[in-house]
Design a protein around this ligand. Structure first.
Ligand SMILES: [Zn+2]
Length: 369
């Protein structure tokens, strides 16, 4: 009984699938799900979408096939499975597929399993899923939360590039010129003040409720005898649920406007590279309730609700569809993206049972509603 889940997961871990290179695993899962009796298709970005059962409610189970880079040789040791993606998030995806395969003959619900691409990249996979406008009643995203924990919130993320230009010149007479590198650092020092003032507005404390910003890149100067005339900095903002991406961009523009009053000769341009809005799911929704009860039954522990400082595909999907959503999956999230990724076999197997029970409870509560 436990053989197949372990075999499926180790095979998935053996197929190296960093973002952008999901073709092989996509093909593998397509075949695997077809063998189980799913109605399967691949969409134009490479997502594999399998359907089990028919009727309503329609329950979406979504997991990602891609991982960060860095292959880890697959091995099983003292009931742990090691491999790239063991935690983030192939154990979750395998568990979702196995749980859904118990509903192939189901006549009172349709379970849609979406194995998506590019979650660690720009979320091409989930964005395409939204484009197709698949009508669903509930959605569960498979990401590591730990077997007895439920993720109901993620912060937003905004990455911008700021380009500063000045008139450079010979560094032997540097007092005649303005250094774009120094100007960019001055601007960053002004921008980082936004975080503390925005945080005071919220009232809640803790990193989930804080606007955090980080200087993640800087490029400028040629290292010769020239005062740099151009500098680019990359800033990464992590946005709490009480703020939006637009509000943060607005604050950045205000800071730059203010800065240019005293530095009129410096040209400053802001470019948005990428963003994801923050998202907090309804903790009292039917899907959170069904999941909480299932966790309690299987683990005999009271589930803990997590609000995380990262982002997930749930942000994009939950915000756009307003469908009750939640993120849940086996594995210690602290091991995500590390060289030591492993999943405890027991936890992985328990999560399959928890997903199954959650689906059953959602079907029951939908019938009685
Ligand atoms: Zn993930």
């Amino acid at each position: 009984m436990t053989d197949y889940p372990v075999r499926l997961l180790t095979k998935m871990l053996d197929i190296y699938s960093p973002s952008g290179k999901e073709k092989e695993i996509s093909q593998f899962l397509y075949e695997e799900m077809r063998r189980h009796g799913f109605k399967v298709r691949q969409d134009n970005v490479g997502n594999v979408i399998g359907e089990a059962g028919r009727g309503s409610p329609v329950i979406l189970l979504c997991g990602h096939m891609d991982t960060v880079t860095g292959f880890i040789p697959v091995r099983i040791e003292s009931n742990k499975i090691y491999g790239r993606g063991a935690v983030d998030a192939k154990a979750s995806l395998a568990a979702l597929i196995i749980a859904a395969s118990a509903f192939i003959e189901e006549k009172t619900a349709k379970i849609v399993v979406a194995s998506v691409v590019d979650e660690e990249g720009a979320s091409k996979g989930v964005k395409n899923l939204l484009k197709e406008k698949v009508a669903v009643d509930y959605a569960i995203f498979g990401e590591p939360s730990g077997v007895d924990k439920i993720t109901i919130g993620y912060k937003g993320d905004l990455r911008i590039e700021i380009t500063c230009k000045t008139i450079g010149g010979h560094s032997a007479a540097h007092w005649l010129y303005e250094s774009a590198v120094e100007k960019a650092i001055e601007i960053w020092n002004e921008i980082r003040k936004i975080s503390s003032s925005a945080t005071k507005m919220g009232g809640n404390s803790g990193h989930f409720y804080t606007l955090d910003s980080c200087l993640t890149g800087i490029r400028g100067g040629k290292g010769n005898s020239t005062v740099p005339s151009k500098c680019q900095i990359i800033l990464d903002f992590r946005i709490p649920p009480n703020l939006s991406v637009a509000q943060v961009i607005n604050e950045v523009h205000k800071v730059i406007e203010e800065y240019q009053k005293t530095n009129p000769k410096v040209s400053v341009k802001v470019k948005v590279i990428d963003f994801v809005e923050p998202f907090e799911a309804d903790a009292k929704s039917p899907v959170v309730k069904a999941l909480s009860r299932s966790i309690r039954e299987v683990t005999r522990r009271t589930p803990m609700l997590l609000r995380k400082t990262g982002t997930g595909d749930m942000n994009i999907f939950g915000r756009e569809t307003h469908v009750p959503v939640v993120t849940y999956g086996p594995g210690d999230p602290a091991l995500s993206h590390t060289a030591n990724e492993y999943i405890v076999v027991r936890e992985y197997l328990d999560s399959i049972e928890i997903y199954k029970r959650t689906i059953n409870k959602l079907i029951e509560s939908h019938e009685s509603a």
